[in-house]
Design a protein around this ligand. Structure first.
Ligand SMILES: Cc1cc2nc3c(=O)[nH]c(=O)nc-3n(C[C@H](O)[C@H](O)[C@H](O)COP(=O)(O)OP(=O)(O)OC[C@H]3O[C@@H](n4cnc5c(N)ncnc54)[C@H](O)[C@@H]3O)c2cc1C
Length: 398
C-alpha cells in the first residue's frame, strides 16, 4: 500500500517535510493557496537570507525562550550544521557573517528555492498550487480552487500554514477559525520582530522619517541591545527593537506602554562627555554646540531637541538625556508589517510529536505554532527543523 501524505502550506516547514517524506517512499501532495511556493521565504531573502546562526547550541536554543525545551529536540535533530550541509547539497554554500549569522553565498533565497523545488519534483512530489484550504468535511480536506470547491480524502496531513505577518504573501492566519472549530486552542497571533509606535512631534517626524540613529544602545529593563534604529513617521524600527519586541509587546499588553532608554553616545563615558562639555557654549545654538563638542548625529540632536527646556539645560541634564534618553512606546506596528508573528497553536493542543490531540493524524509545523524567536536565522532554522522533525515522526509511525 502506498503511504500518502497531504501537506498544506508550501513554505519552508512544509517543503522540508515534503522532501524527507518523498525521499522515503511516501506519495506526497503539497497544497498551496498561492500560485507559487515559498513567497515569504523569498521575501526573507530580499535583504540577505539569514538562514541560521553559528553560535553554540546551548545559547542558540535559549533564543526560543519558554519553548526552548521543545525546540532543543527539534534543533538537535536538524542542527544549524546540518542545515548548512543541506544548503550545500542544493548548490548553495553558506558562510558565517561577522555577527555569527549564517547566509547562503548568493545572499538570496531564489537559487535555493529553485533547487529545492527541483529536488521535490524529481522525488515525484505532487504540486497543487492555487488550492486554498477551507477546513474539513469529516475526513476530507476541502479546498477552494479555480474550478470550485473540491474534497480530498487524507489519512495523514501536515499543516504548515505559517503565521500572520505579511499576509499578502499567503500566510494570513485564516486557519485560526478552522482549527478553533475543532476545539484546538490558539494563542492570539501578535506581531513579533516588529517596530513600535511612539509619538514624535510633526517637526521631528517630517525631518527625520527614514533616517537612522546609528550605533546606539537600547535598554529595556535588564536587557541591552546595540545597533541601528530607523525613525518612521510614527515610530521606530530596526535590529535592537526587533530583538526586544517580545518583551516590549508583553509590557505594553500588561501596562499599556513600555519605556525604553537610548544611549545616544555609547562610545563616550559620562566622564568623557562631562570633559567635553566644559568647552564654553558661547553664542552657539544648543544643536551646534552638541554637534561640535560631542559629534552627535543630526537625528540624535533632533531627539534631544524634542525635549522641553533644552536650551537652558544644566550639564547633568544634558548628559542624562544623552546617556538615558527616555522613549515611550505605545503599541507594536500592525502585524502585516512584522517580520514574524507570536502566538498560534498552543503546545497543549499537540502531543510530543506535534500531532493535534483533537485531530489524530493531523500534524502541525512551523510558525503557526505558539513560539517566537528573534531575527538572526532562528525563525527559518526552527521552521525547517520542525518540518524535518514531523516528517521523521510520521516515517517511524507509518
Ligand atoms: C520581511 C521578512 C524577512 C524575514 N527574514 C528572515 C530571515 O532573514 N531569517 C529568518 O530566519 N526568518 C526570516 N523571516 C521569517 C521566515 O520567513 C518565516 O518565519 C518562515 O517563512 C515561516 O515558515 P513557515 O513554513 O512556517 O510558513 P510560511 O513561510 O509563512 O509558509 C506558509 C505557507 O502556507 C500557505 N497557506 C496559508 N494558509 C493557507 C491555506 N488556507 N491554504 C493553502 N495554503 C495556505 C501560505 O501561502 C504560505 O505559502 C522573514 C519574514 C519576513 C516577512
Amino acid at each position: 500500500m502506498t503511504k500518502e501524505i497531504a501537506i498544506i502550506g508550501g513554505g519552508p516547514s512544509g517543503l522540508m517535510a515534503a522532501e524527507i517524506l518523498s525521499a522515503n517512499g511516501f506519495k506526497v501532495t503539497i497544497y498551496e493557496r498561492k500560485p507559487t511556493f515559498g513567497r515569504k521565504f523569498l521575501m526573507a531573502g530580499r535583504g540577505g537570507l539569514n538562514i541560521s546562526h553559528s553560535e553554540n547550541l546551548d545559547s542558540f536554543i535559549k533564543k526560543y525562550g519558554m519553548k526552548s525545551n521543545i525546540f532543543k529536540t527539534v534543533i538537535d535533530n536538524f542542527s544549524p550544521e546540518k542545515l548548512r550541509k543541506w544548503c550545500e547539497g542544493l548548490g548553495e554554500k553558506t558562510f558565517i557573517g561577522s555577527s555569527g549569522r549564517i547566509f547562503p553565498q548568493s545572499f538570496k533565497s531564489s537559487p535555493l528555492l529553485r533547487a529545492w523545488l527541483g529536488r521535490l519534483e524529481k522525488q515525484n512530489v505532487i504540486f497543487k498550487l492555487n488550492h486554498d484550504w477551507l477546513g474539513w468535511d469529516q475526513n476530507n480536506l476541502i479546498f477552494k480552487t479555480k474550478n470550485g470547491k473540491i474534497a480530498v480524502p487524507s489519512n495523514t496531513t501536515i499543516l504548515s500554514l505559517g503565521g500572520a505577518s505579511w499576509p499578502k504573501l499567503g500566510s494570513d492566519g485564516s486557519w485560526v477559525k478552522i482549527l478553533e472549530r475543532e476545539s484546538v486552542k490558539i494563542s492570539p497571533l501578535q506581531p513579533s520582530n516588529c517596530g513600535f509606535v511612539t509619538e514624535w512631534s510633526v517637526v521631528f517626524s517630517k525631518k527625520f522619517e527614514g533616517k537612522s540613529l546609528k550605533s546606539i544602545t537600547l535598554s529595556f529593563q535588564d536587557k541591552k541591545k546595540h545597533g541601528e534604529l530607523i525613525i518612521t513617521k510614527n515610530g521606530v524600527e530596526g535590529g535592537p527593537i526587533y530583538a526586544l519586541s517580545a518583551f516590549l509587546r508583553e509590557e505594553i499588553n500588561i501596562n499599556g506602554s513600555a519605556q525604553i532608554l537610548l544611549d545616544l553616545k555609547p562610545d563616550f563615558s559620562i566622564e568623557e562627555i562631562q570633559k567635553r562639555l566644559l568647552k564654553p557654549k558661547l553664542k552657539l545654538s544648543m544643536s551646534n554646540y552638541l554637534r561640535k563638542t560631542l559629534n552627535l548625529s543630526d537625528v540624535a540632536i533632533g531627539l534631544l531637541m524634542e525635549l522641553p527646556d533644552r536650551n537652558n539645560w544644566m550639564q547633568n541634564k544634558i548628559i542624562n538625556a544623552i546617556k538615558s534618553y527616555k522613549l515611550n512606546l505605545q503599541k507594536p506596528f500592525a502585524i502585516d508589517r512584522a517580520i514574524s508573528s507570536a502566538g498560534g497553536v498552543t503546545f497543549n493542543s499537540v502531543n510530543d510529536n506535534f500531532m493535534l490531540i483533537n485531530k489524530p493524524n493531523v500534524y502541525v509545523a512551523g510558525e503557526m505554532l505558539d513560539w517566537e524567536a528573534p531575527t538572526g536565522g532562528y525563525l527559518l532554522q526552527a521552521c525547517i527543523a520542525n518540518g524535518a522533525y514531523v516528517a521523521n515522526i510520521i516515517m517511524k509511525k507509518i
